[in-house]
Write a protein that binds this ligand. Structure first.
Ligand SMILES: C[S@@+](CC[C@H](N)C(=O)[O-])C[C@H]1O[C@@H](n2cnc3c(N)ncnc32)[C@H](O)[C@@H]1O
Length: 252
């Protein structure tokens, strides 16, 4: 039977790749890479670098496909994403069924960890549910951007016995997340932290975590919000893309 690995490769530093991931990489016949446009080309390159660096026998193949775009005519966010997942699941089915022979092994290399704001596992579940092809699924965990953020700032995520919320910029900007103790915010292209100014918070912000051009800022949110917004815009236009994550926590 075919085997499909979903391998967490860590959030940006090739040295985040775990020993378990390296062992799995060395089993793979075909890697499936999704090209998400020019701005994300760097992210595809990092995946290729990881393969070259850690795989001993270079007889593997890489199959690149173009990621379908989300349909802007679908107004509702969830419906739009679900339609996009559906399209992706057909592509995945074609890749697994068409590019792997029986008993071969394929892999999707997932940024950070597959369990965190990543749709690969959900899409593969849809493929399995359609029952057109049979395959074993194996998941290898990776170092998330949240762990990279905490390590770079040398902080614990939670206060003593307190909770941590993991959320998105969208949820924060819609007022759906309140910061009771600590909140980690991801996927925020809009600097949604500005909505929390005046609520007595500290921010620990990091962009390009684990990479050569990592940028870190921390301190009072009220004092840093404008600076983070400006630095973010600067780096984004210089590199063509940015990935940033931050932690908000009650002062004191
Ligand atoms: C689609 S989610 C993927 C998260 C990933 N699965 C993980 O485990 O970190 C992408 C978001 O993760 C965060 N992120 C991922 N890598 C990052 C990095 N190296 N530096 C800062 N933020 C990062 C950003 O908030 C980005 O918008």
């Amino acid at each position: 039977m075919r085997t499909v690995y979903v391998i967490g490769i860590g959030a940006g530093n090739p040295e985040f790749v775990t020993v378990q991931a390296i062992k799995a990489l060395n089993q793979v016949d075909v890697f499936f890479l999704m090209d998400k446009g020019e701005a994300k080309q760097d992210l595809v390159l990092l995946r290729k670098e990881i393969c070259e660096r850690y795989i001993e026998d270079h007889s593997y193949r890489i199959v690149e496909t173009v990621d379908p775009v989300r349909d802007p005519d679908i107004a509702d966010y969830k419906t739009r994403v679900e339609a996009w997942h559906q399209q992706r699941s057909l592509i995945y089915e074609e890749l697994i069924g068409g590019e792997l022979e029986e008993n071969q092994c394929g892999a999707f290399l997932v940024w950070g960890d597959p369990s965190l704001y990543d749709s690969t596992l959900r899409i593969i579940d849809t493929v399995k549910a359609r029952r057109q092809i049979r395959f074993n699924l194996l998941v290898i965990p990776g170092i998330t951007s949240i762990q990279a953020l905490a390590a770079s700032h040398r902080i614990s995520l939670n206060g003593l016995g307190e909770s941590v919320t993991i959320t998105t910029g969208r949820q924060l900007s819609l007022g759906l997340t309140s910061v009771e103790d600590t909140a980690v915010v991801m996927l925020d292209g809009q600097c949604s932290f500005k909505a929390m100014i005046g609520t007595d918070l500290n921010i620990y912000w990091g962009a390009y975590l684990g990479m050569e051009n990592e940028v870190l800022l921390s301190g009072s949110l009220d004092e840093l919000a404008d600076e983070i917004e400006a630095i973010r815009a600067q780096h984004r236009s210089r590199n063509g893309w940015i990935m940033d994550t931050y932690l908000l926590t009650k002062k004191g």
